[in-house]
Ligand binder design. Structure first.
Ligand SMILES: [Ca+2]
Length: 91
């Protein structure tokens, strides 16, 4: 029973360590890395193609143009920090 708990803890730790490391790039970097057609925004197709560690943030697409810009990602991350994997900070 104890070893099962330990395994779970290690798995959770591994996930906790891996995901923030990949999710950490700021919105501008994410857009720069995933924007393959250089329109300064990332479509769902581009998002998936660049292997983003989180699901495409469709709800960040505030102007509903089918892609998310760095500004939209930034606003979305600030609205829900836990969703992007970012650690909540006091500021
Ligand atoms: Ca948009």
């Amino acid at each position: 029973m104890k070893s099962r708990t330990m395994s779970f803890t290690l798995a959770a730790l591994a996930l906790g360590l891996a995901v923030p490391a990949l999710a950490q790039p700021d919105p501008a970097t994410t857009v720069m890395m995933c924007d393959s057609d250089n329109d300064k925004a990332v479509s769902q197709k581009e998002w998936v193609a660049c292997g983003a560690p989180t699901a495409y943030p469709a709800d960040a697409d505030k102007n509903h143009d089918g892609k998310v810009s760095a500004d939209e990602l930034k606003a979305d991350a600030q609205a829900a920090p836990s969703k992007s994997g970012a650690t909540a900070s006091p500021h």
